[in-house]
Design a protein. Structure first.
Length: 422
């Protein structure tokens, strides 16, 4: 069994790194291409919206299907579908039209397919590695994502001036095919107790059943709401940081890139650290402690914008922000990792896809809402004040959890439950 788990992990990470890195390089290159061809930030923003909107709208359907059908088949089909779709787009872009709308169509299609892929993958991790390796698998999965976030823009920027945009599409097609063949070899049901049977209910009925199930499970409901709420308040970071660095401190875009890159580096380092350690036992202190650190760091990010500290040199501020961002990324990993492990362990296999989909939908919807709200507020108040408000709001969540006590009591009781099949 141990060898089978290791084989699954190696194949999963090989496919994950290849697929995500290829997509990251492609997405960055497409963004540069659109900006270079049109000179319009609005056109670039449209591609971002088209990459997020399908996830918000289709995640519940994807989660329901992953509970009804074979997740392995969905994952393999999604990888091949992404390769075929991008091949069609490559043909259209080469022989029919090179207008920007073709890239919009490509982005929308890939986002739709990726929604079904990502929900099925997330729902399969428990069955793929079992309860004893959940933290390792979760951490390595995050490390793969962080690595692609670091290398994607770097490689995309380096090769953009050398390679034609058609080559980027072809390379991404190849990465999807590699991921598909790796998925074929993975045993996604190594720890599964679910038996595939024909459903007599409709997708809509299954979706409502999933929502009702989460509502009837106080612990899962608290975890989902907590995750969604944290995603909303954290949205201030990617909005406020560029404004602070470029507009307030008048630093360079290179410095901003290094600061934001430090966030992904910190996530990857902490993910690798957690993957090599035993599962976090006192999850209550990991989650609430991580929230306290996260809250404090978000407030500290705003210090260089305080009027009395504006005389600090940008060199000092640059080093300060890199250190702060590294701490922030570590705190997030100490929150996300145990939350994900608890969600996986406490959700029966029959409902796991729908539960993960609800989390995906809520988080995906709250993040752009946060971007819009905090972007608007930045024009109305100092950045240090906005960051302070968000910091106190996060701290208020911690205080509420300890005052309400229900979630923390459930957390202590459910710290190491075993997934059951119903």
């Amino acid at each position: 069994m141990e060898n089978a788990v290791k084989k699954n992990l190696i194949l999963f990470l090989s496919g994950k790194v290849t697929s995500v890195l290829g997509s990251s390089i492609y997405a960055f290159a497409i963004g540069l291409y659109i900006l270079a061809e049109t000179g319009s930030s609005l056109n670039f923003a449209i591609t971002l919206v088209l990459s997020v909107l399908p996830r918000i709208l289709l995640a519940p359907v994807a989660g329901t299907l992953s509970d009804r059908l074979s997740r392995k088949r969905i994952i393999i089909s999604a990888n091949f579908a992404s390769a075929i779709w991008l091949a069609i787009i490559l043909g259209a872009f080469t022989f029919l039209s090179q207008e920007i709308w073709v890239l919009y169509v490509a982005t929308t299609g890939l986002s739709i397919i990726n929604t079904f892929y990502s929900i099925s993958v997330t729902s399969s991790i428990y069955n793929m590695v079992g309860p004893d390796h959940l933290q390792k698998a979760t951490s390595l999965n995050q490390a793969a994502i962080s690595l692609s976030t670091i290398l994607g823009p770097v490689l995309g920027g380096v090769f953009f001036g050398i390679l034609d945009i058609h080559i980027f599409m072809a390379l991404n097609i190849l990465t999807f095919l590699i991921a598909a063949f790796a998925s074929i070899l993975i045993n996604y049901n190594l720890f599964s107790s679910r038996t595939e049977k024909k459903k007599s209910t409709s997708i809509g009925e299954d979706l409502r059943d999933g929502v009702s199930y989460v509502k009837g499970q106080p612990f899962l409901l608290h975890l989902v709401i907590l995750s969604i709420w944290l995603n909303f308040w954290f949205a201030v970071f990617p909005v406020a940081m560029p404004y602070l660095v470029l507009t307030i401190r008048k630093m360079t875009s290179v410095q901003l890139g290094i600061i934001e890159g430090a966030f992904s580096v910190g996530m990857m380092i902490m993910a690798l650290f957690l993957s090599a350690r035993k599962e976090i036992r006192r999850k209550e202190f990991s989650i609430t402690g991580g929230m306290v650190v996260m809250s404090t760091v978000i407030m500290l990010i705003g210090l260089p914008a305080v009027p009395s500290l504006m005389e600090l040199s940008n060199g000092m501020v640059f080093a300060y922000l890199i250190g702060i961002v590294l701490i922030l990324s570590a705190s997030i990993m100490f929150i996300n990792t145990p939350v994900f492990v608890l969600l996986q362990k406490n959700t029966p296999d029959e409902y796991r896809g729908r539960v993960m989909a609800l989390l995906e939908t809520g988080s995906s919807a709250m993040t752009p809402l946060g971007f819009i709200l905090f972007g608007f507020l930045l024009e109305k108040m100092p950045v240090w004040l906005l960051l302070g408000i968000c910091s106190f709001s996060l701290m208020a969540i911690v205080l509420y959890l300890y005052k309400e006590k229900v979630f923390l009591k459930l957390l202590r009781e459910e710290d190491q439950p075993k997934a059951v099949s119903i």
